[in-house]
Write a protein that binds this ligand. Structure first.
Ligand SMILES: Nc1ncnc2c1ncn2[C@@H]1O[C@H](COP(=O)(O)OP(=O)(O)O)[C@@H](O)[C@H]1O
Ligand SMILES: [Mg+2]
Length: 221
């Protein structure tokens, strides 16, 4: 689907996407370093409070409090991760995609397989973020609409291409033609294409009703 209609104002959308990523990065850091550290402090103090002379009611409240603080810490980590996973800047795209696929897998009902033939070379930070977001959106769509049982994410490097990213699901697919005829293509698909083009890459999408959907982003050398 390289023939998706252009967004109404690609330059403005690109600026918005970029601003959004900077804000996400700031928020993720704030959550991790700020609120995350404060919560660890609270947890430590709660642990110090344990007292053998607690009444049963006090002990119940204390255990409830311990449980709540653990859940708050876990939720904060999850939100920070979704905003901007630190694994992406620390270890790069391959490691981040591998982890993303593991987290999306639902044992027994959905396998999300990750494969790479790459040398795990680092790309510029903005490129890694765009490619990660494209994968996130493609996986979200596959989860929301495709009823897929298997999703494959491939990252490869060839003589011709610096990088090829493919996300393929075996779900119900959809008619790209029909979607394009509905004039306004939803922003998820449009933003994936725009993100790929911001990198100077090529975006290609194919979907066959009953057979699934594949998305490919390629960056020439
Ligand atoms: N992997 C997929 N499998 C089946 N249908 C899909 C898939 N990806 C997208 N679609 C269809 O394309 C439409 C547009 O997707 P998108 O632009 O991401 O918008 P949104 O996710 O906000 O609905 C979806 O509403 C859905 O009908
Ligand atoms: Mg979507």
């Amino acid at each position: 689907m390289s023939d998706l209609p252009e967004s109404t104002d690609p330059i403005r959308t690109a600026a918005l996407l970029e601003g959004q990523e900077e804000e996400r990065q700031r928020l993720a850091r704030e959550l991790h370093d700020g609120i995350g550290q404060l919560l660890m402090g609270i947890r430590w103090h709660i642990d110090q409070l344990a007292d053998a002379s607690f009444t049963e009611r006090q002990r119940n409240s204390y255990q409830e409090l311990q449980q709540l603080i653990l859940e708050t810490i876990a939720t904060t980590r999850q939100v920070a991760f979704d905003l901007m996973p630190s694994v992406l800047s620390d270890f790069g795209l391959e490691a981040a995609l591998r982890l993303l696929c593991e987290r999306v897998t639902r044992p027994g009902s959905l396998t999300v397989d990750f494969q790479s033939n790459g040398k795990n070379q680092r790309l510029p930070e903005t490129a890694e973020i765009q490619l990660y977001r494209i994968t996130q959106e493609a996986l979200t769509n596959a989860l929301k609409y495709a009823q897929a049982s298997r999703i494959e994410v491939h990252l490869s490097e060839t003589d011709l291409y610096q990088l090829v990213l493919r996300i393929v699901d075996d779900g119900i697919g959809f008619s790209v033609e029909e979607l394009t005829r509905r004039a306004q293509v939803q922003s998820g698909l449009r933003n994936m294409k725009l993100r790929a083009e911001l990198l100077g890459g090529r975006f290609h999408m194919e979907s066959v009703p009953g057979q699934g959907t594949s998305i490919e982003v390629s960056l020439s050398r």
